[in-house]
Design a protein around this ligand. Structure first.
Ligand code: PLP
Length: 455
């Protein structure tokens, strides 16, 4: 057998619909609540931030939502993305497991994020919106939104978590190349940013803070809407093109995964690959173990509480029930900036409560080690976020080896790490530190969760 095994679908196999897991769940996720009244929010409450078409997707219970033709047309630039069998990695690990990976690094921004940036820009443009504000961690989302904005003539303003802004200057250059403006967050451009800088002038920033800044600007300007790169139902929906394609590619391989793995920051790439398989399972198909891998320094699912919380640090967003470390929690700095979020997607959290998925957490050093093993076998440098999924896949492959089991593992290679080489340099120099979160700060943040009466 050849060692280079690649599964390619023709353009005509780009999915025609996004898949909505809610339609197949035994019970719907808990309501989203208004931050002031604690009553369920309606579509109109979200209208200052999002165009109505996206809000209707956010609250939809339909199983399939049609992908507009202009969006599919742009998807053609990199979709369907390839799936590979990792034969050389299997050999390097000497495992009986079969390892497959879906590669989302082929997109213009180098990750899965353009899968949702493009439809978000499309629906905003359709609604006549001229300007979008957003946040970004490592810069993957900001560059995806910048790319999509350029295609639809929308001005994009990005609040980038300060620690990443300093670590990843080329991500910022990428955003600016696509025509976006990028600011280090916390910034002095918003009330939220100024308040945080006053308390802590050296704040490294966090996704929660950057979201507050972007939401604040959008809420105050009529011509401006806000875009979120993960967490929300409509974002997860857009990412299901990944898993739908993977189902067809597994058919081409005449195989089916026992295990589906994704790294989890806000939950969108994990949901993107796992939800279509979980949907098939819920409709009576074969079962899969879905494993979400999160960073040990920001472990919302393995250490957080399942509770109502704000999506941002400034407490401007509605309340959603999710696995959270508390909206005031600021994780220590680590390289997977896209995983430094205090919460987890409410829909992923709900699926976890229903027993549909598992979560594990690893520190960054073993994840980089796994990524280097992967790169030397497969020739692709994973993003630091993705390295968590790689670690998860290698752990399962090694378990298969110990147990002598030939299970089939599929993981999502959510992005390449070409803009993250400083992190690899640090890893090779032995300077990479596995910082633990501060237990006291975590319990403080959890004690400040909003009090919501049980319904
Ligand atoms: C943003 C990002 C992630 C994490 O975000 P999710 O919403 O959990 O998918 C993972 N991998 C890459 C490459 C990213 O850019």
């Amino acid at each position: 057998m050849s060692d280079t095994i690649k599964y390619l679908l023709p353009e005509s196999e780009i999915p025609k619909d996004w898949y909505n897991l809610i339609a197949d769940l035994p019970e719907p996720p808990p309501a989203v609540l208004h931050p002031g009244t604690h009553e369920p929010v309606g579509p109109d409450d979200l209208a200052p931030l999002f165009p109505m078409s996206l809000i209707m997707q956010e609250v939809s219970g339909e199983r399939y939502l049609e992908i507009p033709e202009p969006v599919r047309d742009i998807y053609k630039q990199w979709r369907p993305s390839p799936m590979f069998r990792a034969r050389r990695l299997e050999k390097a690990l000497d495992t009986p497991a079969k390892i497959y990976y879906k590669y989302e690094g082929v997109s213009p921004a180098g990750s899965h994020k353009p899968n949702t940036a493009v439809p978000q820009a499309f629906y905003n443009a359709e609604a006549g919106i001229k300007k979008i504000t957003t946040e970004t961690g490592a810069g993957q989302w900001g560059s995806s939104m910048a790319f999509a904005g350029a295609f639809f003539d929308i001005e994009v303003q990005v609040y980038m978590v300060k620690v990443s802004y300093q670590q990843k200057p080329y991500r910022r250059a990428l955003m600016e190349s696509f025509g976006a403006n990028c600011y280090a967050s916390p910034s002095d451009r918003t009330q939220t940013g100024r308040a945080i800088l006053e308390q802590d002038p050296d704040s490294p920033g966090s996704l929660g803070i950057a979201i507050s800044e972007a939401v604040e600007v959008a809420a105050q300007n009529d011509d401006t809407k806000y875009a979120l790169g993960s967490v929300l139902n409509h974002v997860l929906l857009h990412q299901t093109v990944i898993g739908q394609e993977a189902i067809k590619q597994m058919e081409m391989a005449d195989d089916y995964p026992d295990i589906v793995i994704g790294c989890a920051g806000g939950g969108s790439n994990f949901a993107g690959i796992a939800f279509p398989f979980l949907g098939a399972q819920l409709r009576g198909g074969q079962s899969v173990r879905a494993i979400a891998v999160e960073p040990a320094a920001c472990p919302s699912m393995t250490r957080g509480q399942y509770a109502y919380d704000f999506g941002d640090t400034g407490n401007l967003t509605p309340l959603t029930k999710m696995h959270t470390l508390g909206s005031s929690f600021v994780p220590p700095g680590f390289h997977a900036g896209g995983l430094r979020y205090h919460g987890m997607s409410p829909l992923v959290s709900h699926a976890k409560e229903l027993g549909l998925l598992e979560a594990v957490a690893y520190h960054q050093t073993p994840c980089f080690e796994a990524s280097v093993t992967f790169a030397r076998s497969e020739g692709i440098i994973p993003a630091p976020e993705t390295s968590h999924a790689v670690k998860g896949a290698i752990e399962e492959a090694m378990r298969c080896k110990r147990e002598g089991k030939a299970e089939t593992i599929l993981f999502n290679l959510s992005g390449h790490g070409h803009f993250d080489m400083a992190a690899y340099t640090e890893y090779f120099s032995g300077k990479l530190e596995d910082k633990n979160y501060d237990e006291q700060k975590l319990s403080d943040a959890l004690s400040r969760l909003p009090q919501v009466a049980a319904s």
